[in-house]
Design a binder for this molecule. Structure first.
Ligand code: ATP
Ligand code: MG
Length: 248
């Protein structure tokens, strides 16, 4: 089977549907979208575990280890997907690190209630070791926040130093998840995609337009990125229940 056909099969079989409506109805107020921590029995948490399984069994010969999460436009659920996927990987005893490389609008420190005083920028500019800058909000899950926002994020992410930093982390962790800004706004995710083994494209089921998805995939594939599949966020609660109870 060629790579493209394999990807298409993966995408059609593994389209994961998550829902934002669950937040207001079923989730505890304090969850802040971190459903996998606060309500592991919720169907949304189950959807994140299904996403984990899809990843673990994708590309069996060369399983992706460094995964970039991005989306076409803003606010489609990249960061919340990244956070919950990190949690469920850690819950499965995978030594996992989340790297927040969204210098435009970093949010993961808020999601995990961390401080963002030091982070990726310090590792790259001041050569701080990963151990000095990571935090561990959930057992088995380390998070490196962006740190001070640099004037030139794209240049920093495209630097040799960043490539070396990722190589170093790759050796220390089972999984490295990289959160990024939207493709339509900046080039950072395209640069990041070239550093990873695969990209997960997050879609907002209610708002993302087909044309935006096509453009996003084209932009990613034009730099040789491996689009692993899509994560469909913000699907109606009734749909997600039907998906798990009846398989559609
Ligand atoms: N599945 C979900 N469950 C709960 N909350 C969600 C979900 N998806 C999105 N949200 C909420 O919607 C908002 C936007 O989500 P998020 O920050 O993950 O999007 P993003 O794509 O990372 O945005 P940006 O482009 O600004 O980085 C957040 O307040 C988040 O908590
Ligand atoms: Mg984000």
């Amino acid at each position: 089977m060629d790579r493209f056909q394999g990807e298409k099969d993966f995408q059609s079989r593994r389209k994961i549907r998550l829902t934002r409506e669950e937040k207001s109805s079923d989730l505890p107020e304090s969850s802040g979208g971190l459903v996998t921590v606060f309500d592991p029995a919720n169907p949304v948490s189950e959807a994140y575990r299904t996403l984990r399984t899809s990843l673990l069994y994708s590309l069996v010969d060369t399983p992706p280890k460094v995964i970039v999460l991005t989306s076409a436009g803003p606010g489609e659920g990249k960061s919340i997907t990244c956070a919950n996927l990190g949690v469920v990987l850690a819950q499965a005893d995978m030594n996992t690190l989340i790297l927040d490389c969204d210098f435009r609008k970093p949010t993961l420190h808020t999601v995990f209630e961390l401080r963002n005083l030091r982070g990726v920028t310090n590792a790259l500019v001041q050569e701080r070791s990963p151990q000095e800058i990571w935090q561990e909000p959930v057992p088995g899950l380390k998070v490196i926040t962006p740190g001070p926002i640099p004037p030139n994020p794209a240049e920093l992410l495209g630097s040799r130093r960043f490539a070396e930093f990722v190589t170093q982390l790759r050796q220390q962790f089972d999984y490295l998840l990289i959160d990024s800004p939207p493709l339509e706004l900046v080039t950072d995710p395209v640069i990041l995609a070239t550093r990873g083994d695969g990209v997960l494209l997050v879609l907002d089921a209610q708002n993302t337009r087909k044309g935006s998805v096509r453009r996003a995939v084209r932009d990613l594939e034009s730099v040789g990125a491996n689009v692993l599949g899509t994560v469909m966020n913000n699907v109606k609660t009734s749909r997600i229940r039907a998906y798990y109870e009846y398989g559609y």
